[in-house]
Design a protein around this ligand. Sequence first.
Ligand code: MHF
Ligand code: KIV
Length: 297
Amino acid sequence: MSFRPQELPAATPKKKVTLARLAEMRRRNLPISVLTAYDYPTGQRCELGNVDICLVGDSVAQVCLGYDKTTSLTLDEMLHHCRAVARACKTPHLVADMPFGTYHVSVADAIRNAVRLIQEGNAESVKLEGGMDVVPIVKALTTAGIPVMAHIGLMPQRAAALSGYRVQGRDAQGALLLLHAAKALQDAGAYGMVLEAIPHKLASLITDTLSIPTIGIGAGKGCSGQVLVWDDAMGNWTGHKAKFVRRFANLGEVAAQGVNDYVSAVQSREFPAEEHTYDMHTGEWEKLCSLLEEGSS
Ligand SMILES: Nc1nc(=O)c2c([nH]1)NC[C@@H]1CN(c3ccc(C(=O)N[C@@H](CCC(=O)O)C(=O)O)cc3)CN21
Ligand SMILES: CC(C)C(=O)C(=O)O
């Protein structure tokens, strides 16, 4: 008996999404779809749904673990989620976020921690937030053969330092800094780049300037691809909703109804019904009754 969720047989064997494939998609202007995944079932949905890249985002801190910020997440917690997603996610490229503090101490420490995400987490690449400041880290990681996805614009790990989740690059000077950072990160070897919450014209300019794919979230339709947090996209998140979120399903409502129905059914003793129960083998109940009678006499 297998306790693994049923997997639908693929009509045609699926082709692994490699970095070469992502570069090709960028060249041919084929949109890249990215979703976060945090566990085996969400990873499996991404696998079955032909998502190109699965991101084990540090948003797991908020949407799965109940922390109020991503900076609370530890590397060990990230590894636990990453391993689960990796068991399901075979075709999409699998990226893991480097948690806050795991790439800030030194280059050596960043490499050590990225190696853990690859070796223990079974991620294929790592993502880290930062502009010019992280260029040496990105260079060192890619030199060591660890593919890096950069992440500029709104950087949630810096929400406290920046006094909130704010759109970046709204003025010319800020926009120029982002463009320069984007180029420097590409030169440092990043294979792709998340552009979060920046004006759409700037995102298009960065995308057209770079040769690597850009993945937008609140960055408009001019990017090479798009990412959303799983729970935002599937309507399973009841907290704050950023302007860039669109709901593609209503899992939260469906689950709430399911919980209500379950509790009512238990309270009314409508569930469990006969069909959910087991019988003893024929004659065994009578035997048990005799045994009990003998015992009591
Ligand atoms: N559920 C969820 N979705 C996410 O996209 C997400 C997380 N959690 N947790 C980690 C970070 C935090 N992120 C956020 C959080 C808030 C905004 C936000 O509300 N931004 C304002 C911008 C306001 C402005 O500067 O004009 C917005 O209204 O969209 C954006 C990204 C993205 N990440
Ligand atoms: C929002 C995406 C890009 C992310 O970094 C995360 O999920 O943590």
